[in-house]
Structure formats: structure tokens, C-alpha cells
Design a binder for this molecule. Sequence first.
Ligand code: NAD
Length: 499
Amino acid sequence: MRTITHFIAGADAPQSLARTADVYNPSTGQIQAQVQLADPAHLDRAVSDAKAAQVEWAAQNPQRRARVMFRFKELIERHMDELAELLSLEHGKVIADSKGDIQRGLEVVEFTCGIPHLIKGEYTEGAGPGIDVYSTRQPLGVVAGITPFNFPAMIPLWMCAPAIACGNAFILKPSERDPSVPVRLAQLALEAGLPAGILNVVHGDKEIVDAILDHKDIKAVSFVGSSDIAQYVYGRGAANGKRMQCMGGAKNHGIILPDADLDQAVADIIGAAYGSAGERCMALPVVTPVGTATAEALRAKLMTAIEGLRVGVSTDPDAHYGPVVGAAHKAKVESYIQMAVDEGAELVVDGRGFSLQGYEEGFFLAPTLIDHVKPHMQSYQDEIFGPVLQILRAETFEEALRYPSEHQYGNGVAIFTRNGDAARKFASQVEVGMVGINVPIPVPVAYHSFGGWKRSGFGDLDQYGMDGVRFYTRTKKITQRWPTGGAVIDQSFVIPTMK
Ligand code: NAD
């Protein structure tokens, strides 16, 4: 059986006597590899190699670092098919979706090709008599990223691309459930000319996450995953004096106003609810139609659309989505469907009990549709993270605005309408970090930044875009005056002002 090892200082770094975790092929339900789980000593080695390499990397002029990013981008493009196959094999999402995962990460790499411009500081000439003030952006040193299973290319690239382009060394701790693509990306970065030790992959579970959070030489940690763990990671890292950004879970609503283009909205919602088996933090697992007539029309169209969905193995080019990531996760999603029934919601389409011929052990779930969900229900309050769409009906616009605003999560939300006034009011007032107007999955492009509110995001700075550059640099502010050969300026015991 294949063993997946760490990638440290530019080379595979197997451990003897390592603990391991099973890596499944979710389509077959079979174990296909074992990933080694690092112990703190292995992390120490990675950090000390990274620390040594970082000094020289940071000293390179930013244009040289940009050239590496350009080559990295080209290599990812060239290896797109290989990366997508590897990704689908471990995650279970269909190949086209895996390419989207890689592409969205690639766009962040593309953004960081402009790093010389992005890290330029500011300058004020003549801020006082003979005095100039300027600021520079300097890298932090060794930084780390801890990533979830659901985007094994995009999220590592969200983090490592700005980090390394800014001149840091990066330790990536990817999800132990689909660890191969992150390693392959680190190999490609090395091939692109990134010095050994600047991008390292250390696999592991809670033990290594804690070691990262406690490591004195790791200056900042970026985390993406579920909210309870995000909050824990944020608290422990911050208590150790590190700069932290921690993105958590989600429960995104799609609001349907009576004047929406319903056919288009249904097409958008079906893709956003069931694509990637619902395992996206920007999925739309809740739809909120306003008014009974809208709800009835929407429900009828959703049922028809669901009939046309094809669930298949990740390599099936005709499948709309594949299996969920694992057996335990499948059981969790099924238990939420039962919970909704027990809480009094109406199970309109039941996706449990689905079996794919020839792949009976795969972790498949057919689409589920649940109507008459109420805000107090636990199955609504929690993130389910599977191919389950809940209908939470509202009578008025104000009620529909309130539901996502009052929910514990505040990652994304979408409103479908032809009414510009209503859309504008909604976008302005809703308590959610990312808003789509007739756009189902409003993941901001690479030159903006990504981040949710409330329990979807802990910390001040978002992922990628200029916030990514800010997170991975610290500004130094320099106030200078050069001798002019004139009279000595009298000593002063008063705080200097520029009066
Ligand atoms: P997860 O929280 O289980 O794991 C995330 C990372 O934390 C992994 O690297 C894992 O090894 C590590 N980890 C797991 N248990 C830990 C523990 N007890 N202590 C410390 N570290 C631990 O998340 P997941 O299941 O891999 O990913 C799905 C979750 O991520 C969903 O909640 C989803 O909404 C969220 N997510 C959020 C965003 C966002 O940007 N807001 C993006 C993608 C995914």
C-alpha cells in the first residue's frame, strides 16, 4: 500500500515508526493509502530548516520571487489533469469540480505574481522639517497553514501563495483525509525554482496542530475548517502571541423573492446545494422563498430538477456529484436527515439508502430535499455539509433578511430577485460576510478577499487578496532626517510634533 510522507526541505521526509491514518477512495469505500502523522520532533526539523531557508528567500528582490510564482502558475496549469485526478481520487468530487478547485487556487498564485507592486510601502516626503516618513512591508518569518479536506488545492494555495511571495517560509498541515495534492503542489513549487525549505508539507492530526500552535518559531497561523476547531485554534495560537486567522463552518441561505427568475434560480440553487455533494463552505444548503406561491413553485421545480441529477463515481464525466468524503461523514449527514424528520420537518426527497451498482461500498448519498424547516430546529442551526437542501419558508422580505442575519454562521448568502432596491437593501443590511445577488456561490475573485462573519471567521484579516498580503507581512514605519550641516537643533523634552 502507498505511504504518503511529509515534504520537508525540498524532499520527501519519511518518518520511521510513524503513526498513520488511512486515506480512502470515497468512490469505492476502500483504503488506498496511508498517510504518516508527524510527531513534534518532525515538525521541529521542518521549522528549523524553514527558518534557515527563509532569510535568503526574504532577501531576494520581490521581482525574483514573482518570477518563481509565474513559473509555479505555469506548472500547475501544465499538471492540471494529473492534479485533478489525484484530487478526485482522494476527495470524491468529480473531475470537472476538482479542476475548479485547482483553478480557484491558481488564480491566487496569479495574483501573487504582482507581489513587487503589492508589497510596496508608502512614502511621505517632508512630513516635518527635513523629515520623510516611509513604511515597508516585511515578511514574518516562518508561518503555517492548517487546511480542511474539502478544497485540498484551493485552500492551501490561498495561504501558501501570498505567504511565500511575501518572503516567508511556509509549513502546510493539510487535511489527513486527502493529503496527496498538497504534496504534489509543493513539489511543483520546488520545480518552479522555489528554494528548498520555503514550502513544506507536514501531515498530522490534533497532535501536530497543537505543536504548530505552541511552536515559538511559527509567527502566524492561518486555519480553515469547522467552527469549534477554528475557535480553539484561534484561541490557543493567539494566547501564544501568534497572528491568527481562522475560518469556520457555514450555513448559507439562498433567498428567493417573488419576482426572481425562478428557472435560473433553481438551476443555480441545485448546483450550489448538491455540487461537490454539498461539501463546500459556500454551498447553499438552505433556500428561503418569500411567500407561499413562491415556495410552492420553487418546491415543484426543485423536485423536477432533482430527478435529473446523476450521482456517480468521481471519474464519471456525466455525474453531477460524487460520494461524500468518508463513512463517518455519511453517517453524520444521514443522522441530520433523521433529526429533521424527528423535529417535524417534511422529508420531500430522501437521499438515504442510495447504492451505486458496482460501488456498493462507496460513500454515496442521493440528493435530499426537506421542506417546512423551522428556525428553532437543530437540523437547521447546525452545518450538515452534505447533499441536503432545506426549505425555510418566509412570509416577508424582513423575515427572509432576519434568518441569515440571526444564524450563528455568517459565511455567504445569496438573494435572487429582479428588484434592485430590495437587493441593495439586503446586501447592505444582512449580517453575513459574502453576498451574492443572483450569484449562488459568491466566492470573491483572487484580487478581493474571502472571509465570513460571526462563527464563520475568527480574526481580523480575510484570506487572499490584499488581506492575504497584510496577514503575511508586518509594516515597519521609518521616520528619517539627514544631517544638513546647519545649526544644531535644540534638545527638546516635548513629544515631537509637526506643528
Ligand atoms: P475540520 O475542522 O475537521 O479539520 C480542519 C483541520 O483541522 C484539518 O487539517 C484537521 O486535521 C484539523 N483538526 C481536526 N480536528 C482537530 C482538533 N481536534 N484539533 C486541532 N485540529 C484539528 O474540517 P474538515 O472536516 O476538514 O472541513 C470541513 C469544514 O471546513 C466545514 O465546517 C466547512 O464549512 C469548513 N470550511 C470553511 C471554509 C471557510 O473559508 N469558511 C472553507 C472550507 C471549509
